[in-house]
Design a protein around this ligand. Sequence first.
Ligand SMILES: [Fe+2]
Length: 163
Amino acid sequence: MTIDTTEDLFVTGLKHAYYTEQRLVDALEELEETSSSEQLQDGFAKHREETQTQIDRIEQVFEQLDAEAEAEEDPVIEGMIEAHEDFMSRDPSEEAINRFNIAAGQKAEHYEIATYGTLVPMADQLGMDDAADTLEETLREEQDELDTLSEMGEEFDYGELEA
Ligand SMILES: [Fe+2]
């Protein structure tokens, strides 16, 4: 399909976001299971639930477009998942995994904020006010999650790692 209208761009972005959120449901479970910190486990579990809701929201937007909800593979999120698998294969210590997982979460949130930060103004431009509002709710959740993770990163006790 050629992409030359704002609507094409919007729909393409929406398909990538749909794919990313679906992959993140599993990725967040992996982050939860590999973290030994309870605070981190709870945080990833909570965001995993939010991610399910975010998937529902994207489906609502497809409906508003009168289009079938469709995912299109996003190589960016695949790369992030691969980076995590690669890290885990290097026999990291528990604390190293915790710190890596915080950063992995932060990277995913930055990416999603860029995605929704682009989709919201495009929906506005297309006169899709409901879609813009729906996606803005997700954007706010991603920003809150980034703030939470950034705080955990700042408070991380490097004394737990071997010198
Ligand atoms: Fe998300």
